[in-house]
Write a protein that binds this ligand. Structure first.
Ligand code: SF4
Length: 164
């Protein structure tokens, strides 16, 4: 326990000194700390991960996804140009669904991305419910092939949280 306390103490001291120096230098310190691979490079194949079973929301301290999206007051005009597009329409099914079981369905907090049966042939397709987007930009950062193009929606549409 003493070793743990000492380690935490020294780690905090180093962080404090480095942060103070960075602020003093206005962010122009002569080094850059790296933190390994980019977020979109760090997904593991679904086959190497055990499935996670989440408990159902209880409506008291946990809530279903769409009621949480409703609380954001999100709105986009129905006829505006799409602010979420794909660079290559084949990548979601051929790569993301095949290798990662569709991570878009999990990293998007607003249920924008859904894999649904493809009526035009093939098994599945990615459906983008852009109307629900709450502008967190997670998809822009986390999509494994950087295939999602996120642009600012027309007219500043999007979330309008009450009291913010
Ligand atoms: S920015 Fe991307 S991840 Fe975030 S809510 Fe919109 S579609 Fe989902």
């Amino acid at each position: 326990m003493c070793t743990l306390h000492s380690t935490i103490h020294w780690a905090c001291t180093v962080v404090f000194v480095l942060s103070g120096f960075s602020i003093f230098m206005g962010g122009r310190e002569p080094w850059t700390l790296k933190h390994g691979p980019q977020d979109h490079e760090s997904l593991k194949p679904a086959s190497s991960c055990p499935p996670i079973v989440y408990p159902k929301p209880d409506g008291k301290i946990s809530f279903d996804l769409l009621s949480s999206v409703a609380l954001t007051g999100t709105n986009h005009e129905g006829d505006q140009p799409a602010h979420l597009t794909l660079k290559d329409d084949r990548i979601p099914v051929d790569h993301n669904l095949a290798l990662y079981e569709g991570p878009e369905q999990r990293f998007c907090p607003a249920g924008v991305y859904e894999y649904v049966p493809n009526e035009e042939g093939g098994n599945m397709k990615l459906q983008i419910n852009a109307q629900n987007c709450i502008h967190c930009k997670t998809c822009d950062i986390k999509d494994p092939k950087q295939n999602i193009n996120w642009v600012v929606p027309e007219g500043g549409g999007g979330p309008a949280y009450n009291g913010m």
